[in-house]
Design a protein around this ligand. Structure first.
Ligand code: HEM
Length: 409
């Protein structure tokens, strides 16, 4: 029923908006002699019924359609009006124009409905794809590229981390809590980090359900429950976006200073961070791996994901009114968001089970001196030499189990 109604609405709308296209045969005066190159005569309705029907939309009797009209010269180039004369009821020329992306007349003001005269968008030619209507091209990019390759990327990351964990276990050593402590993250930094992490996990979960839920939740939960879940998570996604945007801006500004590349990072990269050997390569507060993630996994994609998300939420004035803008925003948003999720799975792994003592640093804000020396030797050296304070936050900060003692010679 729904399908029938939408077909009806679509067909009626097409007739209203399509330009330069003659009305279909049914709109031609009832009973008029329809003479085309082949001299087709439409049946003449008679009597008062025909007068009542005059001007009304009437369907065409298929048996009156001239079957061999398609042999006419120039048949393919006929307008809808010309076609109606030789094959009343055949509106193929009109639909050809509609599917060709033509923009027709609409009485709706362009300021309020800029695409009202256009039922089907024009053609686009995306790389690696055949040229087709923008709507269909977007659908194909989503279903044939973003979703399958995004899912494959996430699967590969999870599998690689599982194999890495099985092969190497957690990195680093355990350090006695009795050692003196260095403050690694201030309460402000931790609050910003955890707000951002909370928003990101909510966005990632809801986004993944919206993208892949029909494959893995629908068969288990059934249509109603999976539908309601996706509906609820869409709201979670829409409202978490702004929290993520604000907390992302804060963590980028907070950590940018210590994520600028330097010579030690080059050395770290040349040795692949010591991941293949046993010894850690010396680094400043953050190593090259963390810096790479900061720029290529968080900051740069984050700006585009947030920007395109705000477009999809229609929160940026003047953008997002056109279907083409929404399609581009969606493709950018979905592909970069999946990229971020893939890299942040690696970050979450390292921040929890992948490295001893890392999670504690972000939980309490403090690390034992031995941990600092093992994982970020240049940073620890700077603290020991007094170039960086061991305690950066002021009053109100939770006291470390054992406050950092002044440097002993
Ligand atoms: C949800 C789970 C998460 C956990 C368990 C987690 C854990 C951690 C830990 C333990 C650290 C400290 C690493 C160190 O001491 O060197 C850290 C640092 C950091 N995290 Fe997370 N994190 C999570 C999510 C996120 C998210 C979603 C983002 C951003 C989108 C993020 C951005 C950062 C940044 C920027 C740093 C500082 C390191 C740097 O700037 O290179 N984290 N995280």
């Amino acid at each position: 029923m729904n399908q029938f109604l939408s077909t009806l609405v679509f067909a009626t709308a097409a007739l209203v908006v399509t330009p330069g296209i003659a009305q279909p045969a049914a709109a031609s005066p009832a009973g008029s002699q329809q003479s085309g190159p082949v001299g087709v005569a439409a049946p003449a309705p008679s009597g008062s019924a025909s007068q009542a029907a005059a001007g009304a939309i009437r369907s065409q009797n298929i048996f009156d359609v001239q079957p061999d009209a398609s042999t006419e010269p120039g048949y393919r180039d006929q307008t809808n009006g010309e076609r109606a004369k030789v094959q009343p009821g055949n509106n193929a020329p009109m639909w050809r124009q509609v599917s060709g992306g033509i923009t027709g007349y609409s009485s709706l003001p362009a300021s309020q409905a800029p695409e009202a005269g256009n039922l089907i968008q024009g053609f686009v030619d995306y790389p690696f794809m055949r040229e087709t209507n923008a709507g269909e091209a977007w659908r194909q990019v989503r279903n044939r590229w973003i979703l399958p390759y995004g899912a494959a990327l996430l699967g590969i990351v999870v599998l690689a981390l599982a194999l890495f964990f099985l092969a190497k276990g957690p990195l680093g050593h355990t350090h006695p809590e009795s050692e003196r402590k260095f403050e690694r993250f201030t309460p402000f930094e931790r609050a910003a980090h955890w707000s951002n992490a909370f928003a990101f996990v909510a966005l990632a979960t809801s986004g993944l359900v919206m993208a892949f839920g029909k494959f893995f939740l629908l068969p288990v939960l059934g249509l109603s429950l999976a539908g309601w879940l996706a509906y609820a998570l869409k709201y979670v996604h829409n409202f978490m976006g702004p929290l993520f945007a604000v907390s992302l801006a804060i963590i980028v500004l907070t950590f940018v200073k210590d994520n600028i590349a330097n010579r030690a990072d080059f050395h770290w990269l040349m040795k692949l961070g010591g991941l293949l050997g046993d010894a850690q390569v010396p680094s400043h507060r953050f190593n090259a791996g963390e810096k790479g993630l900061f720029w290529w996994g968080i900051t740069i994609p984050g700006i585009f994901v947030v920007g395109s998300g705000l477009v999809l939420d229609k929160l940026i004035p003047g953008v997002g009114e056109l279907r083409g803008q929404m399609q581009i925003a969606h493709m950018l948003h979905a592909s970069l968001a999946l990229w971020m999720v893939a890299l942040l799975i690696g970050h979450i792994y390292m921040g929890t089970i992948g490295m001893r003592g890392a999670y504690r640093a972000m939980k309490t804000g403090y690390v034992p001196e031995g941990w600092a020396l093992e994982h970020h030797k240049l940073w620890a050296d700077d603290i020991r030499a007094g170039r960086i304070p061991a305690q950066r936050s002021g009053d109100g900060a939770p006291a470390p189990e054992r406050p950092a003692a002044p440097l002993q010679a």
